[in-house]
Design a protein around this ligand. Structure first.
Ligand code: ADP
Ligand code: ZN
Length: 761
């Protein structure tokens, strides 16, 4: 018996399977997907490889075929489908088989244990009551939570305190020192801890009529064997999650398993907790904070049938369930569903492929579907379900106002807040309600320059200006390079350096100035970079430890704060004119979701959208929560330019530390493509192409579809992109493959040039 093995050595030239003999003693342990150890190359170096095929015969001289030395790890069985999926991904998105395998197959590495502390309360009931009363009087919110928790249950472990109550060890430490609690420590694996943080609270809701009809529709089609993907287009709080949970119940009852994709765990923490509450020990999750080893453990549990629901970001798609019945993809429009690493796959497309191959159901949902997904609904490729009212009736729709900031300026209001927003904020503060302010840039000032010579501080590793932060540092938001803000200009020595533009920290300063004494929290990449800090911020805000939450797009996603009645969107057009043809779609989704944040509880909400372009269709339709209106305009624009979903765009990214090698490669690649494209296909460059947020009236339209070279530096690596536009997707895949073959054969590219491909349709 022989095995075809993909060698674990990164090289395009090794992108083919090598044949090895399976020794009799290993026969039982090797299947497709097994990772094996083999001798490789002239010196027979011990090397790892992935088994991708088993075969009885080989065309090679048997004397030359070497033996597999050992089995490295094996999650035997389920990987066969994943290996096939990886093969498809490599061919479709443009990567070696090895890169694709590494994306779908978890690799076993060592798992380091974490410490679990079990706290036992030493206080009597009356003592606890007295402390609870004192804490209430003095507003010791953190300690109050501790005493209340232990009042209900005298023994609690650290991970339950941390995950479900947001109480960290630092709060417990002084209380332990005072002798109020005793501790017992043990080393456990974090993945074991995951299953103990659930707290069976979520009650199963009876579906309303609309939800029931969506559920019946999806299940009915499934019973008839119609496995087309389903799409639930439902406004925020229309009850989509409730429908997902009922679908999951149905699928579990048939003995099948469920994958639930969400953009990132911490952004949808509440959803995760609801699934836990409902399904308890049958659920697990993976997130980007788990180590490789911990992730592997999760996969083994799934593989062995210990859990049946896996919740996680796009990589959860590759969970090796034995009998997968359902893939749910919540917040389908989210950009996190596209991988930035080779192979740059779209989780939606791969989910479609995996579901189809296994005969499983794929159900997507969003309030603001991606243009491509909605286009698929309109062509009948997906079955569309609309849910356009809130699940819980009685909540009043929010008042949405668009404010033209040019008018404010004319009226002499130079502050960051329009007159209306200031009034609404004051009303909310008076009523003890809460406010969210959305500003999509972190830091204090956008860029910093010398008042005298105009010198701008730039990152030495990236073509990007540095952002000022209130901690006195200048920071590169791309690579993390930081320096203290100098007192004088390094160019001319002039002592006045100042910042321009704004960021979340500047918004916070403006809030303190306009509303002295108001308590604020910031949620952005800076404030959430520490572990669990995002949950901590969300909890603090939910517990009314602050009146105003200021944040980047992190705050608009899926959080449910019943006491937030005002949402201020400070610079609604900020992301509208970035150089990407998807900027309109992304802005629409951010604004629509932001607008959905206010007035989630019993109080009516108000949303104030501040902009310099109040008539822009993206802003108008987002304010009116009018997806159909937005789609019509955006689709017309995309169709006219043949952008996805009406054409396919292949971005070819050329990378090298040597800029001249990038330029040479761009010339060679464009040369090849120009010779091979047909009349209705075209090449575009970074400079003139898929940028183009085009206004509805046709302004801002650039239309010279010729290849140009635009070089950028990021983290000391130079890059340039070439865009290939084709009518059908298969052509783009075919041309890319031909290009790679030709480059491999001619060896025309410089030694240190790397290519990446990004396929969009
Ligand atoms: P979405 O996922 O569309 O944002 P959710 O499923 O989270 O909506 O529902 C919004 C809120 O309404 C949640 O608090 C949920 O518990 C509640 N809810 C949903 N469906 C029902 C129902 N049928 N009966 C009562 N409450 C419901
Ligand atoms: Zn940098």
């Amino acid at each position: 018996m022989f095995a075809k093995v993909i060698i674990d050595v990164s090289s395009a030239e090794l992108d083919r399977a090598f044949t090895y003999r399976i020794p009799a003693e290993l026969m039982e342990n090797i299947e497709v997907g097994t990772i094996v150890e083999i001798p490789f190359g002239k010196g027979n170096r011990p090397t790892k490889g992935f088994v991708v095929e088993l075969t009885d015969h080989s065309d090679y001289d048997p004397a030359l075929i070497k033996d597999i030395s050992a089995v490295s790890t094996s999650l035997v069985g389920a990987e066969e489908q994943l290996v096939a999926l990886a093969k498809w991904m490599g061919e479709e998105y443009g990567s070696t088989f090895l890169q694709a395998l590494k994306t779908v197959i978890p690799v076993k590495t060592k798992v380091t244990p974490v410490e679990r502390v079990t706290y036992t309360c030493q206080l009597t009931g009356p003592e606890l009551t007295e402390r609870i009363n004192t804490c209430r009087r003095r507003h010791y919110t953190a300690k109050l939570k501790v005493y209340e928790a232990f009042f209900a249950n005298p023994v609690i472990t650290s991970e339950i305190l941390s995950h479900s109550m947001g109480i960290e060890a630092a709060v417990m430490k002084p209380l332990v020192e005072k002798g109020e609690f005793t501790t017992e420590k043990e080393r456990i694996f974090r993945t074991m801890a995951l299953s103990t943080i659930l707290d069976g609270r979520d009650k199963r809701n009876q579906l309303n009529d609309l939800q029931q009809s969506v559920l019946d529709g999806i299940l009915g089609r499934m019973r008839e064997g119609d496995l087309r993907p389903s799409y639930i287009h439902g406004i925020t709080a229309s009850g989509k999650t409730e429908v997902y949970m009922h679908l999951a119940e149905e699928v579990l009852a048939r003995g099948q398993q469920v994958i639930m994709l969400i953009p990132e765990i911490s952004l949808t923490f509440q959803t995760v907790m609801r699934f836990y509450g409902r399904f308890q020990g049958r659920v697990s999750f993976i997130n980007s904070r788990l180590s490789k080893g911990e992730r592997y453990d999760q996969y083994v549990q799934a593989r062995e049938g210990k859990i049946d629901i896996m919740i996680g970001p796009r990589s959860a798609l590759f969970t090796p369930f034995q009998n997968l019945g359902l893939i749910i993809m919540d917040e389908e429009h989210d950009q996190a569903y596209r991988s930035e690493q080779t192979p740059r796959y779209s989780a939606r497309e791969v989910a479609e492929k995996r579901a189809k191959d296994l005969g499983a159901l794929l159900v997507m949902g969003s309030a603001t579907p991606s243009l491509s997904a909605y286009h698929n609904c309109s062509t009948g490729k997906y079955e569309l379900y609309e849910m356009n009212r809130k699940a819980v009736e009685g909540s009043v729709p929010s008042e949405v106002s668009i404010i033209d900031m040019r008018d404010e300026l004319h009226r002499g209001n130079r502050s960051m807040f329009s007159g209306l927003l200031q009034i609404r904020m004051q009303e909310a503060l008076n009523a003890g309600q809460q406010i969210m302010l959305f500003y999509n840039r972190r830091g204090y000032a956008g860029f910093v320059s010398c008042r005298s010579c105009g010198f701008v501080f730039k990152c030495p590793h990236c073509d990007i200006s540095l952002t000022a932060h209130r901690n006195g540092k200048l920071l590169c938001h791309y690579c993390g390079y930081e320096i203290p803000i100098p007192d004088t200009c390094p160019e001319c020595g002039f002592p006045h350096i100042s910042g321009f533009g704004a960021g979340t920290e500047k918004v916070e300063a403006a809030v303190h100035k306009a509303f002295p004494g108001v308590r604020t929290l910031i949620m952005d990449r800076d404030s959430t970079s520490r572990k669990n800090s995002m949950e901590a911020i969300l909890k603090a805000f939910a517990d009314h430890e602050a009146d105003v939450l200021i944040g980047t797009q992190m705050i608009v996603k899926g959080h449910d704060f019943p006491d937030v009645t005002v949402m201020g969107i400070l610079a609604a057009d900020m992301s509208l004119f970035v150089s990407d043809y998807r900027s309109g779609e992304q802005t629409f989704s951010l604004l629509t979701q932001a607008a959905g944040r206010a007035g989630r509880g019993e109080h009516p909400g108000s949303v104030v959208i501040q902009t310099y372009d109040p008539d822009h269709y993206v802003i108008r339709s987002a304010a009116a929560q009018d997806y159909a209106g937005f789609y019509a305009q955006e689709a017309a624009y995309r169709r006219s330019r043949m952008y996805p979903p009406f054409g396919t765009l292949l971005e070819i990214i050329v990378l090298s530390e040597d800029p001249s090698q990038v330029l040479d490669a761009v010339r060679i690649i464009t040369g090849f493509l120009e010779q091979n494209i047909t009349r209705d296909e075209s090449l575009l460059s970074l400079d003139n192409a898929p940028r183009g947020f085009q206004k509805a009236d046709g302004k801002n339209q650039k239309n010279d579809d010729k290849a140009m070279r635009n070089l950028m530096k990021r983290k000391d690596v130079y890059r340039s992109s070439i865009y290939l536009k084709t009518v059908v997707r298969e052509r783009a895949v075919e041309l890319r493959s031909a290009l790679c073959d030709s480059l491999m054969e001619s060896r025309a590219l410089g030694k240190n040039v790397y290519l990446q491909f990004d396929l969009q349709s």
